[in-house]
Design a protein around this ligand. Structure first.
Ligand SMILES: *Cc1c(COP(=O)(O)O)cnc(C)c1O
Length: 429
């Protein structure tokens, strides 16, 4: 499979090259040259297949033979070593829990998959690769965990000092081995700027093979299509049309769902559930795409004013606005509405959601006002990752899961930096 740049000013390339580069040389996002639907027998018998069989069959065309089948099977198996249960909320709404991985957010799957692909490509590469990543919280933990112990890969994570939760900081700073944390005196945008600067710094790129691990990387983006298949497998016996409500920030997850749909998965409709960051909501009503600075909310992993994957969504719909509108609805909710939804889920259905899942639930409810389908909202993080908000709303203590408990007592190890020069010195030493 070849991949092309959505800016159309860079040569087509291989899966391996696209993974190592992250972004194409013309700064465009990579996109697969073709998406061939799976045979209908695949979906007819999906309930008889294991998750790893489903995932392997679904992603194979994008990766084999660059990664041989047997190795891809192992990568898929290692990546998916936890559960993806669907929990019924009421007759018309279910949730797909994506938080059973090691860092308890859905980003685990993409990060683990990408780490293993890079590890494979790097077996034949004598030079070490340095993965440089800025995080506002969840990405860093998932990347750190996913890449832990991968040979030939060093990971450097920049996070804003005092701006991530205690749990998130522990997830970034306590692993050791090939994972290094840099605590930046600044906000997330400062971390992001330093990373961008590093990628353009010739002195650095001459001496180090730098790569990124953010959601634009195809090896993080594509495996997210598995979720939609796992949900379908569990809900097929309902014999009802299925729509997905996806709490969206950079729109990578929902966009992967649309790839699953192209592969033939019968999905009736997508709902992009947003917080106050409503760039796409506005676009869907005005056709004007106007990126804005991000607004801080209680569902902070979705505080994105210029969702980078939206261009992939347009490409998947042949840049045809009417076709997109048929397939996607987008709604925006305030923090107060989100809190009310959290409380309703708890009081009425005895379900403890996190703020992102609560936004997804709101999206499901809005869509159901005028449509007769079964809506699955994705629960993208475990509620304890947003303990302050959740406990405050439901007025109850939530117990820490074992993955989190285990790291809370570990010693933090991070290097404090307050300028780009500090970062450069750190990388070159
Ligand atoms: C990253 C993240 C999102 C947003 O996902 P996108 O793929 O960027 O749209 C939603 N919820 C949680 C908990 C996240 O960490």
């Amino acid at each position: 499979m070849k991949y092309y740049s959505l800016n159309h000013k860079a040569p087509k390339t291989t899966f391996a090259d696209a993974v190592v580069r992250g972004l194409a040389p013309d700064k465009g996002l990579y996109f697969p040259e073709s998406i061939t639907p799976l045979p209908s027998s695949f979906f007819e018998t999906i309930e008889d297949k294991s998750n790893t069989e489903i995932a392997f069959e679904a992603i194979k065309q994008f990766i084999v033979p660059e990664i041989p089948e047997t190795i891809l099977k192992t990568i898929v198996e290692d990546t998916l070593s936890f559960d993806f249960p669907v929990v019924e909320i009421n007759e018309n709404i279910s949730t797909l829990e994506l938080f059973h991985g090691p860092t308890m957010a859905f980003k685990d799957v993409g990060a683990r998959f990408m780490a293993r692909c890079l590890g494979y490509f790097n077996k034949t590469n004598p030079n070490e690769v340095t993965v440089l990543v800025a995080t506002s919280g969840d990405t860093g933990g998932a990347v750190a965990n996913g890449f832990l112990g991968v040979k030939g890969v060093n990971v450097v994570i920049l996070y804003p000092s005092g701006k991530v939760s205690d749990i998130q900081e522990k997830q970034l700073t306590t692993l050791g081995q090939n994972i290094k944390a840099l605590e930046v005196d600044g906000v997330f945008d400062d971390c992001q700027d330093m990373v961008k600067h590093a990628f353009m710094d010739k002195e650095l790129t001459d001496r180090l093979q730098l790569t990124s691990a953010n959601s634009i990387n195809i090896a993080r983006w594509l495996p997210q299509l598995f979720y939609y298949m796992f949900a379908y497998k569990q809900l097929k016996s309902k014999h009802k049309d299925i729509a997905f409500s996806v709490p969206s920030g950079n729109f990578g997850n929902i966009c992967a769902g649309m790839v699953a749909q192209k592969l033939g998965l019968p999905i009736k409709h997508f709902i992009a559930a947003n917080n106050a960051n409503n760039t796409v909501v506005n676009y869907m009503s005005t056709q004007l795409y106007e990126p804005k600075p991000s607004i801080q909310t209680i569902s902070n992993a979705m505080d994105v004013g210029n969702p980078s994957n939206f261009i992939r969504i347009q490409e998947l719909h042949d840049n045809d606005f009417e076709a997109l509108k048929e397939n996607l609805s987008s709604y925006s909710y305030t923090d107060n509405e989100t809190r009310t939804a959290l409380l309703e889920l708890y009081k009425t259905y005895n379900y403890i959601a996190d703020p992102h899942g609560a936004v997804g639930y709101l999206g499901a409810k809005t869509y159901l006002e005028h449509n007769d389908v079964h809506v699955v909202f994705l629960e993208t993080a475990h509620p304890t990752k947003f303990l302050d908000v959740v406990e405050d709303v439901i007025e109850k203590n939530v117990s820490l899961p074992s993955q989190i408990e285990a790291i809370m007592h570990k010693e933090k190890a991070a290097t404090f930096i307050d300028s780009y020069e500090d970062l450069k010195k750190f990388l070159l030493k």
